[in-house]
Unconditional design. Structure first.
Lengths: 291, 264
């Protein structure tokens, strides 16, 4: 068995300027913005598992599209949005939702395998859905991604505050007349659009690193929603850009580097936070309440 | 206050019944809570105490009868009601600062990105100050003790100048000292702003210093009485399904106690 040698490519700057790399940079950036913005809500709504499941639900969408000769992005979008609405409509309690989500997830993955087999899709097509293929982004896809990201940004600009209320404090938000359920469905559609794009960048299996990890990192730094959004977008952008540069340097899949950079940032912030906490024990928690 | 309060009742029910999941939770609810009262809502688990609040908040319709809140029909999003749900603090974590949570109580339903105005921020500060939470306003909810979290929850409920406060088990999971501080705070809010306060509670004792009356859910119906009529051994024993004694101290303080004794 031979292991392909990892070689430094001295012409990496040139590679970065090639059209496919430029496409990847633009596409990756669009995804990073949308994913970074949604991350806070994915975490506060305890939707991380649902986000993960949506990516898997996209899998049969993508392979099914190949089967019937439709664009992969369309197949992904239809399945993600449909799956999202389905999950959103299932039980409101987190416990109910987790069971429903897990079951739908398994069924979707099975369908994906079936479709891939029926379409006699080759292994590399399946691999690119599962692990992302940022370098194969087409110009048409960029237009779609631009529209998706614009939709996410504009919708969030309108819904952000009530959505924060409904996410961190649903019982009071509902009593105060905030349309909690409608906001939940709107959010799931935005999440589905974002995941449709993110699947192309990091794949269904690694999606967590782009949709949840940057926001989780930002939340360790601050709890102010607007700042979380800014930091989380910056981290996601940094991971995508850094990942592409590293991929150009050594000719390995960008997914690996993007995920590794995002996780590295998380670990570093976690370590710094841990040390700071040890140095200054929480002064506000009184002895009667060791929380 | 002097003279007769001419405000409409804070909560009035006429022959109300509530049905949830095909089951009648309680029925024949006829009572009127005057504005400015401090009401304990008591009864065994599952008797429908929280359901009573949901009726007032417009989150659940009455199956029969008529409900009036502050002189009008109940409706969701009534800004004149402040609400602190049960297990409130447990649901919130590390993702929100106290100050931001209270701000949501004021402008959380507002669409668009327009930030809180200076006047709105001042109201938030004022609410935080009134409950004694200003000093930890910039900390995350998860960093606070149970009593501190409960204060912030109350600040959120009063920030929009609610006339009726509904608190569901605000003393649960608090130690004695924190329970007393929250009760004192409720007394202050009631005195300073003449707010009507309704508190769901398992244990009457910590609330007795401030309660003026009580609604107790017994045998499938809500009953409304002055607090001195509620704190009676026979009634409480029936209510809790276990012997309860009532003690009045020389200072006039009222206590309930478990009256069961080991027969040996």
């Amino acid at each position: 068995m031979t292991v392909a040698a990892v070689q430094f490519q001295s012409n990496w700057l040139q590679i970065l300027q090639s059209p496919f790399m430029v496409h990847a940079l633009i596409g990756g950036s669009l995804v990073a913005v949308a994913a970074g913005l949604l991350g806070y809500f994915v975490i506060t709504r305890q939707n991380a598992f649902a986000a993960h499941a949506l990516a898997h639900i996209g899998f049969p969408g993508a392979t099914g599209a190949i089967l019937i000769g439709a664009p992969v992005t369309l197949g992904l979008a239809v399945f993600c949005i449909g799956g999202g609405l389905l999950i959103g409509l299932f039980g409101r309690r987190v416990a109910d939702r987790e069971m429903a989500t897990g079951t739908i997830l398994a069924l979707a993955t099975a369908l994906g395998v079936l479709f891939a087999s029926l379409a006699s899709a080759n292994a590399s097509t399946t691999t690119s859905v599962l692990f992302g293929n940022l370098l194969a982004i087409s110009q048409d896809q960029l237009v779609v991604y631009g529209a998706f990201t614009l939709a996410v940004v504009l919708t969030l600009a309108v819904l952000a505050r009530p959505l924060v209320f409904a996410s961190v404090d649903p019982a009071v938000a509902e009593a105060r007349g905030v349309p909690v359920r409608a906001l939940g469905l709107a959010f799931v559609v935005l999440l589905a659009l974002t995941i449709t794009m993110a699947v192309q960048v990091v794949g269904t299996l690694l999606l967590f690193a782009l949709v949840v990890t940057p926001a989780a990192t930002a939340l360790r730094i601050t709890a102010r929603p607007l700042r979380v959004a800014v930091i989380s977008v910056a981290l996601a952008l940094g991971a995508v850009w850094g990942g592409l540069v590293l991929a150009a340097m050594v000719d390995l899949p960008p997914s690996f580097f993007i995920v590794s950079l995002a996780v590295t940032a998380w670990v570093v912030v976690l370590a710094i936070g841990g040390r700071r906490r040890r140095q200054s024990p929480e002064p506000l928690v009184d002895a009667h309440h060791p929380h | 206050m002097t003279g007769v309060d001419e405000r409409p009742p804070a909560l009035a029910m006429t022959d109300v019944s509530v049905v949830r999941g095909g089951r009648t939770v309680w029925s024949q609810g006829t009572f009127s809570v005057r504005a400015g009262a401090v009401v304990g809502v008591i009864g065994p688990n599952g008797a429908g105490k929280t359901t009573l609040f949901q009726l007032a908040l417009g989150l659940l319709p009455a199956a029969t009868g008529r409900v009036e809140v502050l002189g009008a029909a109940p409706r969701r999003g009534n800004r004149r009601i402040g609400y602190v749900p049960q297990n409130y603090t447990a649901a919130l974590g590390h993702a929100i600062r106290c100050r931001d949570l209270v701000t949501l109580g004021l402008i959380g339903g507002r669409f668009g990105l327009r930030p809180a105005s200076a006047a709105e921020r001042a109201r938030v500060d004022d609410a935080l100050r009134r409950v004694g939470a200003l000093e930890f306003a910039d900390r995350r909810m998860s960093e606070l003790s149970g009593g501190q979290q409960q204060r912030v929850a109350i600040a959120q409920a009063i920030v929009d100048d609610a006339e009726l406060l509904l608190l569901d088990e605000p003393l649960a999971n608090l130690d004695l000292r924190n329970q007393q501080e929250i009760v004192r705070l409720l007394g202050e809010l009631h005195r300073d702003r003449d707010v009507t306060v309704m508190v769901v509670a398992h244990d009457l004792n910590p609330l007795l210093p401030v309660l003026t009356e009580a609604i107790y859910l017994l045998d499938g119906h809500p009953h409304h009485d002055q607090i001195s009529d509620v704190v009676q051994e026979e009634l409480l024993t029936h209510l809790y399904g276990t012997p309860v004694g009532v003690v009045r101290t020389a200072q006039g303080d009222l206590f309930t106690r478990a009256a069961w004794r080991d027969p040996r």
